[in-house]
Design a protein around this ligand. Sequence first.
Ligand code: 5AD
Ligand code: SF4
Length: 451
Amino acid sequence: MVSRMQPDTYYLRSFGCQMNDHDSERIAGLLERLGWVRRDLPEEAGLLVYNTCSIREKADSRLAGHLGTAARLKRADPSRRLVVAGCLAQSRREELLSDFPFIDVLVGPQSLHELPRLLEQRRDTDRPVGAFEETTGVFSAALPRARPSGPTAWVQITAGCSNFCSYCIVPYVRGPEASRSTVEIVEEVAHLVEAGVKEVTFLGQNVNAYGKEPGFAGAEGFADLLALACEVPGLERIRFMTSHPKDMSEDLIDLLAASNQLCEHVHLPVQSGSDDILSAMRRGYTREGYLSLVRRLREAVPEVALTTDLIVGFPGETEADFEETLSLVQECAFDGAFTFIYSPRRQTEAARLAGRLDPEVARARMARLVDLVQRIGRQRNEALVGTVVEVLVEKVSRQAAGEVMGRTRTHKPVNFPSSPEPGALVRVELTEATSTSLRGREVPAGASVRS
Ligand code: 5AD
Ligand code: SF4
């Protein structure tokens, strides 16, 4: 007989992308509204929640380790409950249940609002329970939020993705793209600002497709949504991710150039520099199309920082294809890049392609790519040394006493000795650079400020 479950303590671990981090804040919000109290260690909690990611293989293997710990903790106290939420819960539900039969609740990313009901239901049965909608009926953003206090916040603007890039599992797991109501988004931004938030990041798999689905009755498009958000009084900064190169509009580029609130940073995943590979990936743009977009962005917003995602070892990738990626990285002079070795995802088109690479070759290419990305990142950051930039203080440093960490408008982390409260906008002269971060010293008001 399963004991009646009272709200008690929970542990929550999030894997994967920013959207998952956002969803995890909502899972926490739902549980806390019901009276659950968060604990930092799984050993201390009666309810263990893992919000999973299915985008690459690595995420699966990491989860297995955590579920091993969960199994041990459940044996120690059989009244503990285990929830697996998110993308793997949706895409691998049968395997998860057969490999880890001690899971109590499985809940897909479109069904997070069902979690309280599922926990109730599990009280009255000895079997695992689950919910898995294919499409987005309720945005996770509609759920209560438990946000770490701080001056920055995520705001979900779309869910799902309708692009079907050939390697990507997201459209199968998170369903077709759905845009959230413009009014709700702007209201959420206003509430966040009232609560002390200075910077919001609009989140979606492809923010540039906001409002494009048939029958949508909100803002005309993404640039219009941004323009409305810019009018929220007290909002200092707006960021957005992820942009898809094929959908980036002239309106958005113009707004980036004109608006004070829009930050000069665009995360613009290119994936590959080879036309053959881009076409096999079904990305919808060519190398030259991407390069010309980058030229237009730099022309309109000279101080813009560009970051990207790159995949090495896509099926059929030759040495010549890979060198095209290297030369594109050089030409675009990215400020940073997330680099991934291709991993086949079941259901996707690319998983059925011939020409799988020898893992050694893929790893060697990855090492060359990472080396180049770091070299360019360092050069870009070193070029900023000596300039004065605006920094939004995010937190007091945990590593160094008397230091704070903040970000430039271009999203670069800056550490500097100071004591302003998180949320302060300060001017910092940059003094040192690494490939991914900067150091500086605070300067008094008066000097001219660059991004
Ligand atoms: N293998 C490797 N990387 C992938 N990504 C998405 N799917 C795969 C895959 N199957 C990467 C892409 C994407 C980022 C979020 O994850 O670069 O932009
Ligand atoms: Fe995946 Fe492509 Fe959609 Fe990004 S745009 S989530 S890579 S299908």
